[in-house]
Design a protein around this ligand. Structure first.
Ligand SMILES: NC(=O)c1ccc[n+]([C@@H]2O[C@H](COP(=O)([O-])OP(=O)(O)OC[C@H]3O[C@@H](n4cnc5c(N)ncnc54)[C@H](OP(=O)(O)O)[C@@H]3O)[C@@H](O)[C@H]2O)c1
Length: 395
């Protein structure tokens, strides 16, 4: 893939020089060949380099297009596609929403007849199966596209190299791996969901310089400034779900919606609550009919609490596990089965520590305020908060 002709040409040049050195009578020939070959090598190398640079620029454009689907395509990946012929873009598109046409189809439609003989740059291997939409490979073959450059193979077992094989079998040249790392990073949630059977876990917290996520009185609001808040809301808008511990629900009474960012849909709000303690007066329960809300609990949760939450419109998800507390790993698996590909874990410290220990955290986003709150072992970013001095045993 993208092999340079340089080694071959360098070898020929070396042979030419070698002949000149070993056999005096060929010296003229050797030097002559070298003189002839040098501009040829340079031209080939430059042409190849320019071709690679162009391919890179076009694939980056396809990645840029893919990002336009952010927050709209889950559980599908974000995908962008560009059709180019003789260095000119003849069509482009992206997967705009789940159930909508795939990026390749949008680009092919935009290019129409221009697709014939063109190269298709696509950020993910084209699908070859009947999903919500027909297989893209067949549309590519019908269009007369000559070559496909895919950034990365689709990990979905229904595709997983078969799209590439179908195109190659039909005589289309296929290259895979250009901007592979960027394409994987773009769809980290999709890759995690498909390959690990759980959502991508993003732990997000606002904390002070000394690692506290709330003041010693337990107040966690306004830790960081306005830009951090906007970014946090953006992260919510891009996530499929938000997970908090029940103590955070009790102390902060949060709404957990993406209010300060354009959000095509609100993420599912989930409270880790082994005993279904979430009070009905909390905002999460009161707004459950407008924004989907789940209390993830254990089989040991009191039946009357479960019934009361359900009557208020809260979905109660009972997750079985070995201990008395909610099994976070099992919860992650249950969420993946519901097509949740990413979860923003928004605390508090007890839940953070448990999530890290359960191995369901892939990324950590910390917004650090330039202040120090002291308070000993109260409200750490990870780990249970020590009880206030007055409540310590023996006091
Ligand atoms: N600055 C920030 O970004 C930020 C964000 C969020 C919260 N906070 C602050 O953090 C503080 C609350 O933190 P916290 O540590 O006391 O409580 P927390 O982490 O919010 O909630 C802990 C509770 O979650 C429940 N839970 C369910 N499954 C669990 C599991 N597998 N492992 C551990 N816990 C599980 C437990 O109650 P059950 O046993 O009853 O299930 C546990 O007591 C508040 O002051 C809040 O303001 C700050």
């Amino acid at each position: 893939m993208f092999q340079s002709p340089l080694p071959l040409l360098a070898f020929l040049a070396w042979r030419a020089v070698g002949r000149g050195r070993n056999f005096a009578k060929f010296r003229g020939w050797g030097i002559g060949r070298l003189v002839l070959l040098t501009p040829c090598v340079t031209r080939c190398y430059l042409a190849r380099g320019m071709q690679d640079a162009l391919a890179l620029r076009i694939m980056r454009r396809a990645l840029e297009l893919a990002m336009r689907g952010r927050g709209r395509t889950s559980p599908n990946p974000m995908v962008g596609a560009v059709l180019a012929k003789d260095g000119t873009i003849v069509g482009e598109g992206y997967h705009a929403r789940v159930g909508g046409p795939h990026a390749e189809i949008v680009a092919l439609d935009a290019a129409a007849e221009g697709a014939r003989g063109a190269t298709l740059y696509v950020t993910l291997e084209p699908c070859c199966h009947m999903g919500r939409t027909p297989p893209c490979t067949e549309a590519i073959l019908r269009s007369g596209v000559a070559k496909v450059i895919a950034a990365v193979e689709d990990p979905n077992p229904a595709v997983c190299g078969q799209g590439i094989a179908r195109l190659r079998d039909a005589g289309v040249a296929v290259e895979v791996g250009l901007c592979d790392a960027e394409a994987r990073a773009l769809n980290a949630a999709f890759f995690t969901w498909v390959t690990l059977g759980r959502p991508l876990g993003i732990l997000k917290a606002g904390m002070s310089l000394d690692g506290k996520i709330a003041t010693r009185t337990g107040d966690a609001r306004w830790i960081t400034g306005e830009p951090a808040r906007r970014r946090a809301h953006q992260m919510r808008a891009e996530a499929d779900a938000i997970l908090i511990g029940v103590e955070t629900a009790l102390r902060d009474d949060p709404l957990l919606t993406a209010r300060e960012a354009p959000a095509p849909r609100q993420p599912l709000r989930i409270v880790a609550d082994s005993q279904a303690r979430l009070p009905l007066r909390q905002q999460l329960a009161r707004t459950a009919c407008e924004v989907p809300t789940v209390v993830a609990t254990t089989p040991g949760a009191p039946g009357d609490r479960v019934a009361a939450l359900q009557a208020a419109g809260v979905e109660v998800l009972v997750v079985d596990g070995p201990g008395p507390r909610l099994d976070l790993k099992a919860l992650a698996g249950a969420l993946a089965k519901r097509d949740i590909t990413s979860v923003l874990i928004e605390g508090g410290g007890t839940l953070h520590a448990a999530a890290l220990e359960a191995g369901i955290v892939d990324r950590v986003a910390l917004f650090v305020a330039p202040s120090s709150w002291g308070g000993g072992r109260r409200c750490p970013c990870w780990g249970a908060s020590a009880p206030p001095p007055s409540r310590r045993p023996g006091d």
